[in-house]
Write a protein that binds this ligand. Structure first.
Ligand code: PGA
Length: 331
């Protein structure tokens, strides 16, 4: 990257932090805001250029370069989100069959995000395997009179290393707000868990042409108070609500565009370190479409709901993803 571009990133980052700080303090510095908009426009022009070169002028050489670059910077992630499915015995049976299929996969991180009741049995099944354990939610409180909640310490106790936070189903059915989600992300990071922080727009917002704006606002609201060190320990999942469980997948171009927009916002918060943050796509991902998605320069993996419920089907998806990574690494 040229020094001009680096400078542009740094200035944008400084201004974004200053803007976030002034908002937190409740004082709006009009001058900084105007300056921020101007700089942001300049940065967007630079990023559009980058996006254009990745989407518009595809040659196989350029493609390969992007993939090699991407894999060198970010380890891909495939995470299964079981949602409210599977009893303890079903989870145990799944683990045995799944592990048999994926035990030799080393090209990417594999995560199973199970219901709370299945976490302890899975701890035993997955011990010393290539599969990491994740939860689907947690409280922002350490402990106390919070009926029905689960703390970060409780998740660590059953060997969880990941936790999904801000999933659209939590936002929609349980009224989770950006502020609450921000508190949960902070708590997870403080405890040493890796949050899989979800963002995504609904169909109305997409049809109004405001998808990127909405998702960038969700990222800023939840993450702008974090340090660069904290931000570099996060995984982000872009999940358009209209694609979750509907069988409709965003096109790989749309997924790329949105993941690039998210990385843009991250660059404003953490500068060039944003290149190291894995951004996943979620929404009707299957073994059949993972390759196309993973070939995009800013899509670093997937959060998979329905297609993670069958151990053999999910293993096939993992193998297809691993083959993309192996190709990029020239293995
Ligand atoms: P889906 O769910 O793959 O069933 O669309 C994705 C998710 O909600 O994480």
């Amino acid at each position: 990257m040229s020094s001009w571009k680096e400078k542009c990133c740094l200035v944008w980052r400084r201004l974004a932090r200053r803007k976030a700080l002034s908002e937190v303090r409740g004082t709006r510095h009009e001058r900084h805001e105007a300056e921020f908009e101007v700089r942001m426009k300049t940065f967007k022009e630079f990023d559009n250029e980058r996006l254009h070169s990745s989407l518009g002028h595809r040659t196989s050489r350029l493609d390969k370069k992007w993939r090699n670059n991407k894999v060198a910077k970010r380890r891909p992630v495939i995470a299964g989100n079981w949602k409210m499915f599977k009893t303890v015995s079903e989870a145990e049976d799944y683990a045995v069959r799944f592990l048999e299929e994926v035990k030799d996969v080393t090209e990417l991180d594999i995560i199973l995000c199970a219901p709370f009741t299945a976490l302890y049995p899975l701890k035993n099944e997955l011990e010393e395997s290539v599969v990491h354990l994740g939860a689907q939610n947690m409280s922002w409180a350490d402990q106390g009179a919070y009926t029905g909640e689960i703390s970060a310490q409780m998740l660590l106790d059953v060997a969880c290393t990941y936790v999904i936070l801000g999933h659209s189903e939590r936002r929609e059915f349980y009224g989770e707000t950006d502020q609450e989600i921000a508190k949960k992300v902070q708590k997870a990071l403080a405890a040493g868990l890796t949050p899989i922080f979800c963002v995504g727009e609904n169909l109305n917002v997409r049809e109004e042409g405001k998808a990127a704006e909405r998702v960038q606002a969700q990222v800023s609201l939840a993450l702008s108070s974090l340090s660069i060190e904290e931000l570099s320990r996060i995984v982000i999942a872009y999940e358009p609500i209209w694609a979750i469980g509907t069988g409709k997948t965003a096109s790989s171009n749309d997924a790329q565009e949105m993941c690039a927009a998210i990385r843009n916002t991250l660059t404003g918060l953490m500068g060039l370190d944003a290149e190291k943050v894995p951004i996943l796509y979620g929404g009707s991902v299957k073994a059949e479409n993972i390759v196309e998605l993973l070939n995009e320069p800013d899509v670093d993996g997937a959060l998979v709901g329905g297609a993670s419920l069958d151990p053999l089907g999910f293993a096939k998806l993992v193998h297809n993803a691993a083959a993309v990574v192996a190709r990029a690494e020239g293995i």
